[in-house]
Design a protein around this ligand. Structure first.
Ligand SMILES: [Zn+2]
Length: 459
């Protein structure tokens, strides 16, 4: 099966040129300024960008949290991702207390199997790390689960103590794994939450007011210090506060291998959203919370200047009805999370590239190339080059869309960007050479996605 994408502008993290791309079966075989060979199918990309498929390294599909389960499973979530131009995800499997690490991974493999429409990998969330389980970290790295997520918040549920965190970091220094850190000081936040509830402050906005930016900055700094002592790179997930970014910048300026991602919600929404009337603020209850206005400009600067290396979504949708409602009288019972897997590429193009905050190349780097490199998928994923998987997005830079829960494909009854108009959208999406989205229709198949066995760090 040969597919030829003609007349487009090929954009990678490094290049931008008028080019044709020939795909043979699942791989890109030839890229040149003009190709005229026969193909089973020709896609005309005139006036469009030809981009490597988006890679979202922070999603929570089918994830139990606070007595509820995120509204998208691996089928609806990956189909929504594809519509938005994302062709690979790295989701989070959870090892619960008392389980082996492998049990956690296997449970999530079952959730994805037969359902995922695009390729998927897993980070493993470790919630319990007795010393006897440490060798299992090495075994999982060998099987392609090359990153682990640890929490410095949610004591009694997900949180690990600093000693366990340090042991995990030290282990990855040896086995080539990478630690992803949720950096917030959970114990301090728990005290602030209890005080707020005791004095009757129960509205959604108190979720944000009990998780101050300093609590994120402190934990970020602590995580960076622990990684420095262990002598290993670290990746801070969903960095939201400019104060936390300062800590990452400081570490990088000292030459440390510190990496961090941010998410569209921290670039396009702010604390003001929590002040929306009634219970509407619950739509934005996520951790870390949205920050005050002005914060986002500093994140944009971090993205442009490479103090932040990736934009992922932390996609973790809960419906307002029956799910977010659980916290109607107590903000601490609102399931944490919001939808985003489908809107990442359009939002970042519209709000980042068009106003000149980031270049088109940087857009590709942040949404695809750099996450592929950090998480062991490059050059199989994350670029357009001979030999790479044919995960390709034909992106229409002029297409205007109004974001709305009604037309988006995520299985959730609201959208945090409802009514926002964006310019730029995925038009045709290919996953390993197969067209899976065309003219707004999903033409792929649930279950066609494969597990991504990722490579360990080489540096
Ligand atoms: Zn998350």
């Amino acid at each position: 099966m040969k597919t030829l994408i003609k007349n487009g502008t090929v954009v990678t993290a490094a290049d931008l040129y008028r080019g044709d791309v020939l795909i043979e079966d699942e791989k890109i075989s030839t890229v040149a300024t003009s190709l005229s060979m026969e193909a089973d199918r020709v896609i005309d990309a005139k006036g469009k960008y030809v981009l490597p498929g988006g890679i979202d390294v922070h999603t929570h599909l089918d994830m139990p949290f606070g007595g509820s389960t995120s509204a998208d499973d691996f089928e609806s979530g990956t189909i929504a991702a594809a519509h938005g131009g994302t062709t690979s995800i790295v989701d989070f499997a959870i090892q619960y207390k008392g389980q082996t690490l492998r049990q956690g991974w296997e449970a999530w493999m079952k959730k994805a199997e037969g359902k995922a429409a695009i390729d998927y990998g897993f980070h493993l969330i470790i919630t319990d790390l007795p010393e006897k389980l440490e060798p299992e970290m090495d075994a999982l790295v060998g099987e392609g689960v090359t990153s682990f997520k640890l929490f410095m918040a949610y004591r009694g549920v997900l949180m690990l103590d600093d000693g366990s965190i340090f042991r995990a970091l030290s282990r990855t220094a040896e086995n080539g794994g990478t630690i992803c850190m949720h950096a917030e000081n959970g114990d301090v936040i728990d005290v602030l939450v209890r005080r707020a509830l005791a004095s009757g402050r129960t509205a959604p906005k108190y979720h944000a007011l009990t998780r101050p930016p300093r609590a994120e900055a402190e934990a970020t700094y602590r995580a960076l210090c622990l990684a420095e002592i262990a002598g290993v790179p670290i990746y801070i997930v969903h960095l939201s506060a400019a104060e936390a970014l300062e800590k990452v910048t400081e570490a990088r300026d000292r030459g440390l291998p510190a990496y961090a991602e941010t998410c569209p919600q921290y670039l396009f929404l702010s604390y003001a959203n929590y002040e929306e009337p009634g219970f509407a603020g619950a739509k934005y209850v996520m951790s870390p919370p949205l920050r005050g206005e002005g914060n986002e400009e500093k994140l944009w600067r971090g993205l442009a200047g490479n103090d932040l290396q990736a934009v992922s979504t932390d996609h973790c949708p809960f419906c307002m009805k029956e799910q977010k409602e659980l916290g109607k009288d107590d903000f601490s019972k609102i399931p944490n999370g919001a939808p985003g897997i489908e809107t990442r590429m359009s939002l970042l193009f519209d709000g980042g590239v068009l106003p000149g905050k980031i270049s088109l190349n940087r857009f590709v780097e942040l949404t695809s190339t750099s996450p592929a490199k950090i998480f062991g998928l490059f050059p199989r994923k994350g670029t357009i080059a001979p030999g790479s998987d044919a995960d390709i997005v034909v992106f229409d830079p002029g297409k205007k869309t109004t974001l709305s829960a009604k037309s988006l494909h995520m299985k959730v009854d609201y959208n945090p960007y409802e009514g926002r108009q964006v310019t730029g959208a995925a038009e045709t999406v290919l996953s390993r050479g197969k067209v899976i989205v065309e003219n707004g229709k999903f033409t792929g198949r649930a279950g066609a996605g494969s597990f991504l066995k990722r490579n360990p760090r080489t540096a």
